[in-house]
Design a protein around this ligand. Structure first.
Ligand SMILES: *Cc1c(COP(=O)(O)O)cnc(C)c1O
Length: 417
């Protein structure tokens, strides 16, 4: 026998050596500085560690604080009592209790779509995108799949699987010219991107709609960051602004951010029943893995009811007030955007120390820095929520202005406090 074989990976679409190599250094530095691996109890919106350090979380995506809304909690308990089982374990395509159908009806009505539930947006995208690749969601033609360079990892991670079924390419962020050129070349093209991204950007839904009209382009949006926080009844950025909400568009959204519960919804329009069946039977984890449990369904039903009342508008308005207050204290590139996320830019070297001082002052904000983001784009990521008090925001603002004045990278600093 000769020497044993060693394996050379192709790494065409993923590279753990690079991701772990880069990412682990980031996490180690964060944890060493007390800014990761934090354990704390939550009470009345304040977190407390075992050593009695109290802080307010300014890095939580429950933008409307619906996750602790009394009616959402009650909804979870009520559904458990009503159905009497947490999860009747069997694939839903065989046997299911009516709970999921009740939630999907409610979400479908709320978002004006056929809604398919999933345990997470990640599971939904991992299940749906390979069916798009093989032409089973669509007209049977294997499409060219164009993934936006910045699309969320939950979509990007499906590239190798999709590439086993069809051709996959990655384009520069929102590169409409590239997409149009490919539309001229291929009989069927899908574009995969975030509807609203984690740094406050929005997909060019109107420009994409032109390509959808002209070439039959299909678009897969993940609008997790804006659903509930944005739009009438919380329908999110894409469904508020895209003129093409038919069988050329699919929207996936988590229910775990501003919606305030668990799970996710796939929102489809104009797709025949057979395609919905294919999804139920073949969309990966949506078929073979556990569905949302009854408590999550009950919480979701309650949150959907809140979305139908003026309380949602009140909460959205309150969130906008908090965002405006923050913007009046700390200037960022995102200032003025309706989106609840702000990045206070700083040098790579300064950001960890700044994050630690903000934490010591009683606020958690996420430091992002090289190597997890490109050099020159480091900073403290701040997220506003409707339930934060003005006093908390003013407190954070003054600490940020203090640390920012020393640490801000000169090219980005626009502190107005
Ligand atoms: C947060 C987020 C997710 C993750 O959602 P899960 O339901 O927890 O999987 C997916 N996509 C985007 C764009 C997100 O912001």
């Amino acid at each position: 026998m000769g020497p044993k074989k060693t394996i050379q990976p192709s790494n065409r679409f993923r590279n753990n050596e690079k991701s772990v190599g880069i990412g682990n250094a980031f996490w180690d530095t964060s944890e060493r500085n007390g800014l990761a691996g934090i354990v704390a109890e939550l009470s009345n919106g304040v977190l407390r560690t075992a050593t009695d350090h109290e802080f307010v979380n300014f890095s939580c995506c429950s933008y409307l604080d619906l996750d602790s809304h009394p009616r959402v909690i009650e909804g979870a308990v009520a559904a458990l009592r009503k159905y009497g089982v947490l999860d009747h374990c069997i694939p839903r395509s065989r046997v299911q209790i009516p709970a999921l159908l009740e939630l999907e009806d409610s979400l479908g009505e709320l978002f004006s779509a056929d809604a398919v539930s999933a345990i997470s947006a990640s599971a939904a995208s991992a299940g749906i995108l390979p069916l798009i690749a093989s032409g089973h969601i669509g007209n049977g033609t294997r499409p060219l799949m164009i993934f936006d360079k910045n699309c969320h990892v939950s979509m990007a991670q499906t590239k190798p699987v999709c590439a086993d079924e069809t051709e996959v390419v990655t384009c520069r962020h929102h590169d409409l010219d590239f997409i149009e050129d490919r539309c001229k070349e291929y009989s069927q093209v899908w574009y995969i991107c975030d509807g609203s991204d984690s740094l406050g950007g929005y997909a060019p839904v109107k420009e994409l709609a032109v390509l959808q009209e002209r070439y039959g382009l299909q678009v897969f949006y993940d609008d997790s960051h804006s659903v509930s926080a944005y739009g009438a009844r919380g329908i999110g950025y894409v469904r508020s602004n895209s003129p093409v909400l038919d069988d050329r568009t699919i929207v996936v959204t988590t229910l775990n951010k501003a919606f305030g519960t668990s799970g996710a919804a796939v929102l489809l329009n104009g797709r025949p029943k057979e395609i919905l069946r294919i999804i139920e039977r073949f969309a990966g984890a949506l078929s073979y893995s556990q569905p949302l449990n009854t408590a999550a369904v009950g919480a979701g039903l309650a949150s959907a009811e809140i979305h139908r009342t003026s309380e949602l508008t009140t909460l959205q308005g309150r969130l906008q007030e908090k965002i405006a207050l923050f913007d009046s204290l700390v200037g960022t590139e995102q200032s003025g955007s309706a989106f609840p996320i702000r990045l206070v830019p700083m040098d790579d070297e300064a950001v960890i120390d700044a994050g630690r001082r903000v934490f010591e002052a009683g606020f958690y904000v996420s430091p992002v820095f090289f190597p997890i983001v490109a050099r020159g784009t480091a900073g403290l990521r701040v997220m506003m929520r409707a339930g934060q008090t003005d006093e908390q925001i003013r407190g954070l603002g003054s600490v940020l202005v203090g640390v920012g004045a020393e640490a801000a990278s000169p090219t980005h600093a626009r502190l107005v406090g």
